[in-house]
Structures are given as structure tokens and as C-alpha cells.
Design a protein around this ligand. Structure first.
Ligand SMILES: C[S@@+](CC[C@H](N)C(=O)[O-])C[C@H]1O[C@@H](n2cnc3c(N)ncnc32)[C@H](O)[C@@H]1O
Length: 287
């Protein structure tokens, strides 16, 4: 297991994430590379770690990146079968057929069982990049995503570092005043978007209005419970503001074939905290 790196990565030598010449950023000009080049390159390098593979499914690959990871899989890694699933289509994606070349795009909701039943053949590798925190019910959606995945499941998104929370396996619904100090981009989001209108109303059941905070141990416990094993992890700050307590994670899981000890999901009496355990023992907590 690679040792957890909690220091800010040195982005001056980004070659460590993508070999020189692999990516010409001008080939992907609709992507805002300046926003967080480090995160994009790390996400790409995680795919590279799993090569060779024959097929990829990119869950939620559209917003702000116009299918970048799917396209890279086709064009740079030569992966023959690439499918991208998203319920949203960007203007760039609609207008520019070259973005769609070689990518089997399925417009739909990957938390919808009927839609997921239309995806028949499983894939060697699945990408879950910046999508899990927005799912209403991970116990429901994650197994649907895993059911389409044969070998590697890659997760990357902002997480609550373990040391910030009072216990392991934390899942926090970032809604309501109690979660204010945990929101990753609190100053920025309250300035630039109406955070409270967009994310703080737990009665809006829509992935664009939903945000969970989770610790890495929570994600690992959940995946182990579904029969997957963590084989690689890395942490970095990316575009997170210096004031943020969050980190961005990159996690690679492989299928073990055996389902782990019963993961239980019990809402605590604290409305914003849900505690997962890898065992049948249940705890609730405060922060
Ligand atoms: C924050 S963006 C992430 C984009 C890209 N994967 C990345 O890493 O930059 C989340 C994307 O996932 C899509 N999405 C989230 N939940 C979804 C769901 N249940 N079904 C289909 N698409 C979903 C959104 O429409 C959006 O395009």
C-alpha cells in the first residue's frame, strides 16, 4: 500500500503524472486546464496505472471536461471500448462531433436501475471521478456502478481527512448550519454561487443539489463491503483553497470476489452525520 501523502504535491514536476508528450493540452482545448491541472493529471495517471485494459466506463464524465477522460482512454491509451454515462450533455459536446468520436455516450442516470439494465456488457475499468459526493444514496447507486465493472474501480473527489473527524467511517450530509465549517469551498462558494440555495436544502432530491462529505475510511469500508479491495491511494490539495480542511483523494480498488463483513448503514440521531461501520457495531457521533 502506498503511504498516504498529505503534503501538497509539488506541481512543478507534473511529468510524474503524465509522461512527456502523452497529452497535448491544445487537443483538449474546451477543458480549463488552468483551474486544476494537477487533479486532471493525477486522474489520468490513475488510469495509466491500470493499463493494459480493453474497456472503460466513465460515470459522469461530462461537466466542465466534455468527456476528457473517456477521450483520453480512446485516443492516448488506445482502449478499444469506451462508454461514458451522464445525464447531462454540455454545449461543447452537442456542438462538436469530434469530441464524441469513438466514445459510446449513453445519456442517462446511473442511479436508475432501468437505465443501468440497458448497459449489458461489463467493463474492465470504471471511473467515478467527482461523482460519488453527489449521489443521493450511495448504497443504491454504487452497487449499480460496480455491477458494470470487472477489474478496477477508480474514485477521485474531495474528501474530509480522517483527522478532521472524531471517528472513522464518516459520511456527512453537507446541509444545514452545523456543516458550515466543513464545506470545502465555503468562502468561495458563498461568494460565487448561492451555496445555501444550491446545496443546503435536503428536500431537493437531485444530484446537482446534493453534497456529501466522506472520509477515506468510509469509502474503503463501503467498497470492502461490496467485495472490493483498496490497492492504491493518494491525496493532494489541487485547487482547494489553502483555508480548506479538505483534501482530494485518488483511490484504486480491485475486485476481490468476496463480499466483506456486513456493512451497516444507520442514520444517527444527529441529522447531518451518518456513520458506516465495517462491522455490525454501530456508533453515532458529534462534531
Ligand atoms: C462534478 S462533474 C464531474 C466531471 C468529471 N467526471 C470530472 O472528474 O471532472 C459530475 C458529473 O456527473 C454527472 N452525474 C452525477 N450524478 C449522476 C448520475 N446519477 N447519473 C448520471 N450522471 C450523473 C453530472 O451530470 C456531471 O456531468
Amino acid at each position: 500500500m502506498i503511504k498516504e501523502k498529505l503534503k501538497t504535491a509539488d506541481v512543478s514536476g507534473l511529468d510524474q503524472f503524465a509522461s512527456p508528450g502523452l497529452i497535448d493540452e491544445s487537443d483538449y482545448e474546451t477543458v480549463n486546464w488552468e483551474k486544476d491541472r494537477e487533479t486532471i493529471l493525477r486522474k489520468i495517471s490513475m488510469i495509466r496505472r491500470c493499463l493494459p485494459i480493453d474497456s472503460v466506463i466513465d460515470f459522469g464524465g461530462m461537466w466542465e471536461v466534455d468527456g476528457l477522460y473517456s477521450r483520453l482512454c480512446r485516443e492516448k491509451f488506445g482502449i478499444p471500448r469506451v462508454t461514458m454515462v451522464d445525464k447531462f450533455e454540455s454545449e461543447n459536446w452537442i456542438r462538436n462531433p469530434s469530441l464524441r468520436a469513438g466514445v459510446d455516450f449513453r445519456k442517462g442516470d446511473f442511479s436508475d436501475e432501468q437505465f443501468m439494465a440497458t448497459i449489458r456488457e461489463p467493463y474492465d475499468l470504471a471511473l467515478a471521478y467527482d461523482v460519488l459526493p453527489h449521489q443521493i444514496d450511495l448504497r443504491h447507486t454504487l452497487p449499480l456502478m460496480l455491477s458494470k465493472t470487472k477489474r478496477f474501480f477508480l474514485i477521485s473527489h474531495a474528501i474530509l481527512p480522517e483527522k478532521l473527524m472524531p471517528f472513522r467511517n464518516c459520511l456527512v450530509l453537507l446541509s444545514g448550519s452545523k456543516s458550515r465549517s466543513l464545506i470545502p469551498f465555503h468562502e468561495k462558494w458563498t461568494r460565487e454561487i448561492n451555496y445555501w440555495a444550491n446545496f443546503s436544502d435536503a428536500t431537493i432530491i437531485n444530484t446537482s443539489h446534493w453534497l456529501w462529505g466522506m472520509t477515506p475510511s468510509f469509502i474503503e469500508s463501503l467498497m470492502v463491503g461490496f467485495g472490493w479491495k483498496l490497492i492504491h491511494k493518494e491525496f493532494w490539495r489541487g485547487w482547494l483553497p489553502n483555508s480548506s480542511k479538505w483534501k482530494i483523494c485518488g483511490l484504486i480498488f480491485t475486485k476481490t470476489g468476496s463480499v466483506g463483513a456486513g456493512v451497516r448503514f444507520i442514520p444517527s440521531f444527529e441529522p447531518h452525520i451518518i456513520r458506516f461501520t465495517g462491522y455490525t457495531r454501530l456508533l453515532t457521533g458529534k462534531f
